[in-house]
Design a protein. Structure first.
Length: 191
């Protein structure tokens, strides 16, 4: 656990340095937010957590000892199957941290009014990514309706095509004027 606390402190220091040295005057900064690492824990042997900054919130996944991420191409994408769903991560490298995979959650961060709201969202995300998505099973009523509809489809004949227009005799045809002005013929003599 001390290793995860040490990693969290290193992540915060790294992003604080980026904020102080490289993000000065950048208009996408939410000045109400600071740099904070949240919820680093082991997932399948790899440290996983969230970094909150004034410009982004991202999941960060660090390698376990057996991972060979040094051979990967920076900027390449890798899918990781967390319990909730697959997430596409991008391979990054930070001077103080080495290589890790990141998945952007928010950027820019103007949806958050203060550090507390950003932290609350990070905690929600950390909870949700570890909850498997349960596909709901149809209710008994839905199954009965589905069975009924399938049964009806077997017995109902295909709908009949609409009747083709019949050819009108010369006496039954409407003139353009009659057609445009809606004249109805009371009898079949054409006048």
């Amino acid at each position: 656990m001390a290793d995860l606390e040490h990693l969290s402190a290193r992540v915060e220091a790294c992003f604080q340095r980026i904020l102080d040295e490289k993000m000065v005057g950048i208009p996408i900064l939410n000045r109400e937010l600071g740099v904070q690492a949240e919820g680093f824990h082991l997932w399948e042997g790899r440290p996983l957590g969230i970094i909150i900054t004034p410009w982004l919130m991202s999941l960060m996944l660090f390698p376990e000892d057996t991972d060979e991420w040094d051979q990967g191409l920076l900027g390449s994408r890798q899918s990781f199957s967390l319990p909730a769903r697959d997430y596409a991560f991008t391979l990054n490298e930070f001077d103080e941290l080495g290589r890790c995979y990141t998945h952007s959650l928010y950027s820019p961060m103007f949806d958050f009014t203060d550090q507390g709201s950003a932290l609350a969202m990070a905690k929600v995300v950390l909870t949700q990514i570890h909850q498997p998505v349960e596909l709901s099973q149809p209710s008994d009523e839905e199954r009965r309706i589905d069975a009924y509809m399938r049964q009806q489809a077997m017995f109902d004949p295909e709908p009949e095509p609409p009747p083709k227009p019949s050819k009108l005799s010369e006496n039954e045809r409407l003139s353009r004027r009659e057609l445009l002005f809606g004249a109805l013929r009371a009898d079949g003599d054409g006048k």
